[in-house]
Ligand binder design. Structure first.
Ligand SMILES: Nc1ncnc2c1ncn2[C@@H]1O[C@H](COP(=O)(O)OP(=O)(O)OP(=O)(O)O)[C@@H](O)[C@H]1O
Ligand SMILES: [Mg+2]
Length: 255
């Protein structure tokens, strides 16, 4: 496709509906200390959104703010056009939002199966179907349903956590560093799973430390810096943006 053809198709291509909208959000943990500073982000129907940025930029805080775990002080968050600012996590789960936190995301003393069943506590009907769906995406878990989650590696726990979030059949998935602590081969695998989940129709917002890989697979990305959305664009645009490379991707962006 030539540049002019792609520009033309970009003009006529309708944008999907906004599923998640974070509108100038300010949020923090301690009184008087804002971690997010007028931060904005949009995820449209079916998009895979990547969030990258330096340690401490507020990436996890942004996901927690969407999921009602950090108090939003100013600004607004919407889900399918409905305001959900500071709505509690259990209400958000009931509205179809799943969240996989960065750490402590499984119940170590429970088996894999019990962890997955915990994910269905609000919706016990359809357990069998959901279990089938997630063990198709994560077949290695399906074979070890009776094993205690505490005996799994970090990467395997991340898979259990992702599967648990999928048990409710969410239409939005918030993922905090799904590839953390994995070997390069396992990281690729984790990204493939995320892509597969997204292709099944789940609008996905993924925070990633592995910035280059994240931008390669996401539809659009956001670079967070000091609590603000410093840069946004398609994954490809960000990967090729000299400022983003220089500041956030280092030499990794150049190969
Ligand atoms: N529970 C908390 N109480 C107080 N401050 C916190 C808390 N959690 C995070 N912070 C602070 O908020 C800032 C942003 O943290 P956050 O975890 O959102 O960063 P991040 O971009 O996810 O970083 P990383 O890449 O290391 O995961 C940091 O300065 C951190 O110290
Ligand atoms: Mg984090």
């Amino acid at each position: 496709m030539t540049n002019s053809e792609s520009a033309a198709s970009a003009v006529v291509e309708p944008l999907g509906d906004e599923v998640v909208a974070v509108d100038n959000v300010t949020a923090g943990y301690l009184p008087g200390v804002n971690i997010l500073n007028a931060c904005s982000l949009v995820a449209r129907q079916g998009e895979l959104i990547g969030i990258i940025g330096p340690n401490g930029a507020g990436k996890s805080t942004l996901l927690k703010s969407i999921f009602g775990l950090v108090k939003v002080r100013e600004g607004q968050i919407r889900l399918n056009g409905e305001e959900i600012t500071n709505l509690k996590a259990n209400k958000l789960v009931a509205k179809g939002v799943g969240f996989v936190p960065q750490t402590n995301n499984v119940f170590p003393s429970l088996t894999i199966q019990e962890n997955l069943e915990m994910g269905m506590f609000q919706k016990p009907k359809g357990l069998k179907d959901r279990l089938e769906f997630v063990t198709e995406i994560f077949p290695e878990l399906g074979k070890r349903l009776g094993q205690r989650a505490g005996s799994l590696s970090g990467g395997e726990r991340q898979m259990v956590a992702m599967s648990r979030a999928l048990m409710m059949g969410p239409h939005v998935l918030l993922l905090d560093e799904p590839s953390a602590g994995l070997s390069p081969v396992r990281q690729d695998e984790a990204f493939l799973r995320v892509k597969e989940i997204n292709r099944a129709g789940v609008t996905t917002i993924m925070v990633e430390q592995n910035a280059r890989r994240c931008l390669q697979i996401c539809d659009r990305g956001y670079v967070l810096d000091q609590g603000r959305d410093a840069y946004t664009g398609t994954g490809r645009d960000l990967l090729n943006d000299p400022k983003v490379i220089g500041l956030y991707l280092g030499t990794l962006g150049q190969d």
